[in-house]
Ligand binder design. Structure first.
Ligand SMILES: [Zn+2]
Length: 301
């Protein structure tokens, strides 16, 4: 029996993404599991509720999505809701850095309203391009909304299962391989349907507890599982003093100087990682050095 991966890979790290192929079924996919990254992320908010479940699932989905495209940049998943959900954002970069945040209007019950949307944004650092797609969410089923996004944007049949519980979030994605020709000799016509049905038997418990290897072999052992080496994932924030400076510049000189006058310095806390950035009067002057002074600038009088 050939499993298609070397034995050393059975000791995979807990925070990792595995791409795989089901060669006989003509299916490709990815499996993601986040432990330490998720534990670190959830210290930055109150996520012991449905909000945490959505955020964990969105985080797993962002890593699965990032695995399906070749890019140099960041891919984010955002839930938009006109009700009590103020913010739900999860992001994965091409090099496996994840971060996320969710905020709720504390007085309202935690449920998505009927008009909730899912927005997926891909920012490519090299080409300086930004693409965004939006799909509606029916009920609170994120996985179905993600499937619909893929079918609409890439015309590719896609199946996704997501899970979050306690210290872990996990997800798996299957996608029918597009195109004809090539070495399809060993592929059978019903492969996609069979793989989809097998995936539907996967329980949340299995997704959360089995390793990628055990899960894939248990479900798809007859379909020629070929597992690629794991890509490590880690919590990391992309905030920087330079980006905070850009944000302050976009607020404008007058507003920055007003805050300086009131508080002596401008403090900006990153909500993703709790890092604090402080800008004092000389820092703010330097930010706006290229611009003419405002009316309230003392040197004008
Ligand atoms: Zn940060």
């Amino acid at each position: 029996m050939r499993f298609g991966y070397p034995a050393w890979m059975t000791l995979s790290p807990d925070d990792s993404l595995h791409r795989f192929q089901l060669e006989r079924a003509g299916v490709r996919g990815a499996h993601v599991r986040l432990d330490a990254a998720w534990r670190e992320l959830r210290t930055h908010g109150d996520y012991a509720n449905a909000l945490g479940e959505w955020l964990g699932q969105a985080l797993a989905a962002s890593a699965l999505f990032a695995s399906t495209i070749k890019f140099d940049g960041r891919l984010s998943v955002q839930l938009q809701d006109s009700g009590a959900l103020k913010l739900l954002f999860a992001e994965c970069t091409h090099d496996g850095h994840v971060r996320g945040i969710a905020r709720w209007d504390g007085t309202a019950p935690i449920r998505l309203d009927a008009n909730a949307n899912l927005a997926i944004t891909i920012e490519n650092r090299v080409t300086q391009t930004r693409y965004q797609g939006i799909v509606p969410i029916e009920g609170s089923d994120l996985a179905t909304a993600f499937e619909r996004y893929f079918e609409r944007s890439e015309q590719l049949p896609t199946r996704i299962v997501l899970a979050q519980s306690g210290d872990r979030c996990a997800g798996i994605l299957l996608q029918q391989v597009a195109g004809e020709g090539g070495n399809d000799g060993a592929r059978d016509a019903d492969g996609w349907n069979r793989a989809s049905h097998l995936l539907a038997t996967l329980t949340q418990e299995e997704l959360l507890t089995l390793s990628a290897e055990d899960l894939l072999l248990r479900l798809f052992h007859e379909d020629g599982v070929r597992l690629q080496p794991p890509q490590p994932l880690a919590f990391a924030c992309s905030c920087s003093r330079e980006r905070v400076g850009d944000m302050l510049r976009s607020l404008g000189r007058a507003e920055c100087e007003e805050t300086l006058a009131e508080q002596g310095s401008i403090q900006v806390d990153c909500e993703f990682c709790n890092r604090r950035y402080v800008f004092d009067a000389p820092d703010v002057a330097e930010l706006f050095a290229a611009e003419p002074p405002t009316e309230s600038e003392p040197t004008r009088h």
